[in-house]
Design a protein around this ligand. Structure first.
Ligand SMILES: [Zn+2]
Length: 319
């Protein structure tokens, strides 16, 4: 989870070549929830721009960064974005490319700015589990099923994420209970190293109600080999959350659900050693800690993003 430190850096304005757009006089300052991105973590970005100038595109580590409009005060508008790094992204300095458009010019002149943000190593622990051998090394038939299911889920998730952000208020944890396996844990099953844990496991009795962590459209419902009865919610702008091992699914594909709506009942279907909720999140293709969604979206809501990163490295005129 992000620690929110009240540190503000001095930001040097860029000197820009002459042009007709107001963008040349704008040194966009971004504010982050923390100085670095983390493997599997979400960093909140805030950007305040003069009215008429807006972010049209963002790109970080080859993944899209979607901005959404926040508050408006006087001649300025604040925008926010969630920046995700996948749990296996290599720790390194990466560029965030931000493209702004001046809508008051005839053809909406665009300009890109670059910020360098480090991806830090995640603090992940190791789990050793003993499971029935067929669950660790699925047979031929099961492998075929897993491959088929992967395609179906990928298609559902990639198909058409809502363009618009469907959530308005901070994310919530879908069920109360002890977290029994944390996000990003490296798992050794029957002595073999398996893919890292891409969600959090919350212990909960079978039958307990599982709530949508935020407003969304139901992108997928189904019974999968690994995750059992599964619901995937599309929160818009490439952000998804998944609810796994359910005993019962309570929503339909394509349905719009409000934050807090019951999407299913807890259970132990699929590859599971006991009743629990496996809750995961994907942000424009990056597997991220769903608990970060809760902390970062409440930080955005409370307006407590207090780390500033200056624009640097290079500029490029696109138009
Ligand atoms: Zn899990």
């Amino acid at each position: 989870m992000a620690i929110l430190l009240p540190i503000v850096f001095v930001v040097l304005p860029l000197t820009l070549p002459h042009s007709e757009t107001r963008l040349t006089d704008t040194a966009p300052i971004i504010t982050l929830t923390k100085a670095e991105a983390t493997q599997g973590g979400i960093t909140g970005i805030q950007l305040t721009l003069p009215k008429g100038i807006s972010p049209v595109n963002g790109l970080f580590a080859e993944r899209k960064v979607s901005f959404f409009r926040g508050t408006e005060a006087g001649k300025e508008v604040t925008y926010h974005a969630l920046l995700g790094a996948d749990l296996t992204d290599r720790p390194a300095l990466r560029l965030l490319e931000l493209t702004l458009a001046d809508e008051l010019t005839k053809e909406a002149i665009k300009k890109s700015y670059y910020y360098s943000i480090a991806i830090e190593q995640g603090d992940f622990t190791v789990d050793r589990l003993t499971l029935p051998p067929e669950m660790v090394n699925p047979g031929k038939k099961a492998r075929r099923r897993i491959r088929r299911e992967r395609k179906v889920v990928a298609k559902a998730v990639l198909a058409d994420s809502a363009e618009e952000r469907l959530w308005k208020t901070p994310f919530i944890i879908p069920v109360s209970g002890k977290i029994t396996s944390s996000f990003g844990r490296r798992r050794i099953l029957n002595g073999q190293e398996k893919s890292p844990h891409s969600g959090v496991d919350i212990r909960t009795p079978t039958g307990k109600r599982i709530h949508a962590s935020n407003s969304a459209k139901v992108a997928f419902v189904g019974n999968l080999y690994y995750t059992g009865k599964t619901v995937i919610l599309d929160h818009g702008q490439g952000l998804y959350t998944s609810y796994c091992h359910l005993s019962k699914i309570k929503v339909k594909h394509g349905e719009l659900v409000a934050k807090g709506k019951v999407v299913g009942l807890a259970g132990s279907t699929g590859r599971s050693t006991g009743p629990h909720l496996h809750w995961s999140a994907k942000l424009n293709g990056a597997r991220v800690n769903p608990l970060d969604l809760v902390s970062i979206t409440s930080a955005i809501h409370r307006d407590t993003l207090l780390k500033t990163v200056p624009a640097q490295i290079k500029e490029a005129m696109l138009h």
